[in-house]
Ligand binder design. Structure first.
Ligand code: TAP
Length: 483
């Protein structure tokens, strides 16, 4: 067996084909409906094998300025004046083209980001299309969304997104902004620029008026240039709490509107009356889904003491069956860690977890040598003060604690600066309601985990952010309401 062969837990290999379309060897910036060469380029690599996939433009202040000017021109001359029903038609067209090209987008998302093709294919791409469909429907019905008010667009929106759901985050940002009559300049993450650039190609094919959507690839400095530019009316940011705080300071006093979707440290709480096997699947889905690269990952598990041994035994057994390997293989459960930097961060926090006294358990499946990989990892005997309990690891690492009463579970679950999401598993509806209303979290799932829908608003409390995306609340964030 080749040293980099993927381990498929007894299943024959089932790789998704990649010869049904081609990825360019280099991509320019998408500004004002044209492809504009940047002064500098950078490489994007496949985290599963470290191979370079393509070169993309690195937008500096000059290109960001150019993109904002193009967005302003499109806003003033075309998009904000267009009949809302026509804006809706463009969004429907984008949604349908996304469905037609779903296989290409799924492959690119897995190649560039490392996530299993099953997730890109069954979660990321369909949900991205659903967001465009949903907001296409709202475009000419905004006055019904906000009865008694006259919704007006805000203007030019700067949008900055992370690497964990690159296409989906682009859809979450672009679809509502356009539906409300705004134009956008979007910056994808440095390690996952390709699906946003393919979306730019799709938008070009959809004949969207030039400048309505502009995509500027680059690193943190590109995002900063967007944030600081006076021509931006609103910043919509998804990423880490650290950068979110930095952005809030940078725009203070500027009059720019903002929404911040930031980090999380979700508690997944399992009561003794829960359906145990389903709950174990929920734990797996909550933290190992997308390698734990999920803002709302259930990275803290609280199990009622009476069932702790049983849950832990079942959990370990189930983890042993997970397939870690080739993101393009349809059997794969856990793909590649998105970047070397992120892998180093996970390793460092795991080392700290051991040093602080928590007990580590890792499954014994083999992982490929080349590329960025991390085994599913559990920590037991965790204390509330441990850094693996308090900090976002953003990897397949679960910190497990026990509790005796609902009150204790709530106190422990709420003991972090974050407040994005949580999960409760119980047979009792009343207990589910009591828990969901007591947890400091923007989203709480009951007897399920990590479920998304364009109709449901998503967002955090405390250091997990300000504002909502999705649903009416998300739409509201892209309008000025005149009463
Ligand atoms: P960040 O490092 O914060 O990066 C997010 C985006 O901001 C990237 O495009 C990044 O560019 C850019 N950026 C970096 N520094 C900037 C600056 N000074 N000014 C403006 N933009 C800047 O986060 P990440 O590591 O990509 O993503 C993981 C984080 O996102 C996690 O904390 C996760 O919880 C959070 N997240 C939250 C949500 C929601 S909905 N709450 C959803 C997904 C992810 P580069 O990539 O080029 O550095």
């Amino acid at each position: 067996m080749d040293s980099n062969d993927f381990i498929l837990g007894g299943y024959a290999k089932a790789p998704e084909s990649i010869d049904h379309f081609s990825i360019n060897s280099s991509y320019d910036l998408f500004i004002g409906g044209r492809w504009v060469k940047a002064t500098q380029q950078f490489k994007t690599t496949n985290p599963a094998n470290d191979q370079v996939i393509a070169e993309v433009g690195l937008a500096g202040k000059k290109e960001v300025n150019q993109a904002i000017k193009a967005a302003r021109k499109a806003y003033e001359s075309v998009w904000s004046k267009m009949p809302a029903a026509d804006r809706g038609k463009y969004l429907f067209r984008i949604a349908r083209l996304l469905q037609e090209r779903a296989r290409q987008f799924a492959v690119v998302e897995s190649l560039d980001g490392g996530k299993p093709i099953r997730e890109s294919r069954d979660v990321d791409v369909p949900l991205a299309a659903a967001h465009f469909f949903y907001h296409a429907g709202w475009a000419d019905k905004l006055s019904y969304a906000f009865p008694g008010a006259k919704p007006k667009p805000i203007g030019v929106i700067g949008q900055i997104i992370p690497w964990n759901f690159p296409l989906l985050m682009a859809a979450w940002k672009i679809a509502p902004a356009l539906a409300c009559g705004n134009t956008v300049v979007l910056k994808p993450a440095e390690t996952t620029p390709l699906s946003a650039l393919m979306l730019a190609q799709l938008i070009e094919d959809a004949d969207l008026p030039p400048g309505v959507v502009n995509i500027v690839t680059g690193a943190g400095e590109t995002g900063q240039a967007l944030v600081e530019h006076p021509g931006i009316d609103k910043i919509a940011f998804t990423g880490s709490t650290e950068v979110g705080k930095h952005i809030r300071k940078a725009i203070a006093g500027s009059g720019k509107r903002y929404t911040l979707e930031l980090g999380g440290k979700a508690a997944n709480i399992i009561f003794e009356d829960a359906p145990i096997n389903e709950a174990v699947e929920g734990i797996i889905n909550g933290i190992f889904f997308n390698q734990g690269h999920v803002c709302c990952a259930g990275s803290r598990l609280f199990v009622q003491e009476s069932i702790a041994d049983q849950v832990l035994r079942k959990l370990k057994k189930r983890i042993g069956t997970l397939i870690v390997g080739d993101p393009l293989d349809k059997n794969t459960d856990i793909g590649a860690i998105n970047s070397r930097e992120q892998l180093d961060r996970i390793k460092s926090l795991v080392k700290i977890g051991k040093e602080e006294g928590a007990q580590l358990w890792q499954s014994d499946q083999r992982i490929p040598r080349k590329g960025n990989w991390f085994k599913p990892t559990l920590f037991t005997q965790c204390a509330q003060s441990h850094r693996i309990v308090q900090e976002e690891v953003f990897g397949p690492v679960l910190a497990i604690q026990t509790f005796r009463t609902p009150k204790e579970a709530i106190a422990k679950a709420n003991n972090t600066p974050y407040g994005l999401s949580g999960g409760v598993w119980t047979d009792k509806g009343s207990k589910a309601f009591q828990m969901t209303s007591s947890l400091n979290a923007g989203v709480v799932w009951a007897n399920t985990f990590n479920k998304f829908d364009p109709v449901s608003p998503f967002g955090g409390m405390q250091e997990s952010g300000i504002g909502r995306e999705g649903g009416l609340q998300g739409l509201r964030a892209y309008c000025n309401l005149e009463l």
